[in-house]
Design a protein around this ligand. Sequence first.
Ligand SMILES: Nc1nc2c(ncn2[C@@H]2O[C@H](COP(=O)(O)OP(=O)(O)OP(=O)(O)O)[C@@H](O)[C@H]2O)c(=O)[nH]1
Ligand SMILES: [Mg+2]
Length: 158
Amino acid sequence: MGLLSILRKLKSTPDQEVRILLLGLDNGGKTTLLKQLASEDISHITPTQGFNIKSVQSQGFKLNIYVIDSADRKRFEETGQELAELLDEEKLSGVPVLIFANKQDLLTAAPASEIAEGLNLHTIRDRVWQIQPCSALTGEGIQDGMNWVCKSVNAKRK
Ligand SMILES: Nc1nc2c(ncn2[C@@H]2O[C@H](COP(=O)(O)OP(=O)(O)OP(=O)(O)O)[C@@H](O)[C@H]2O)c(=O)[nH]1
Ligand SMILES: [Mg+2]
């Protein structure tokens, strides 16, 4: 499913705005993920300068997507701290968070369960969250993640 059909799904109630904040350390795969969602060519991607934020206008519903390079174990601590800061952010309190354990196509990738444990995700109790293994390169797992996004948006609307 491309980004457009996801947006169409989310926008079926036109007076509601959904804002998705896509974050993660550099080199995690944010741009590749976005391009994958937009079904664009992903063979020529260069590092993005500054922040990588995709804001989707469609009622004050917010959702965070946090991308982790599952193969970059040296940076697990750093990405964990970054995520913890994000969860501490006042403006984002209670905002559902989807964590993509990206780059699962690499043999050296840590399984999502290991990342979840390492990052103490089970201690998150002030919001709904989900960790989804994926490969932004092959597209595997992204659909499942975005289905969770749609489900969370719809649950909040009821
Ligand atoms: N093997 C593999 N490589 C990936 C995957 N996703 C991204 N990459 C590669 O990782 C590198 C960084 O990907 P980007 O999409 O540029 O990462 P980013 O998070 O946008 O990085 P910045 O723009 O620097 O913040 C690129 O060489 C991608 O091809 C994946 O799922 N598997
Ligand atoms: Mg980028």
